[in-house]
Design a protein. Sequence first.
Length: 96
Amino acid sequence: MARIFKTDTRSVAGNWAMGKAAANSTGQYSTDGENLYSYNLLIGTTNEHGQKIARDYTSGTNYGFQSMTTSKHVGYARMHADYVNDGAFLYNMRKG
């Protein structure tokens, strides 16, 4: 089993973007490098091209609001994602 790197909450999504396993100090925000979790909720995936897709579990999206903490985690994920899925549409975050 791969060792999980403990880091600050803001850095977990950056590790996900780099394909590295990491978790915050409580383990409630974590990644295995492929998938990203807020608590046990899957909020980020990696497609077959290595692109990162964040699932937007915030107010006003089809996925819907889960908690303030999960909304914060989604915000960090959005900063590193190639795409954001709101449950209805897929948004390209890297277009120039």
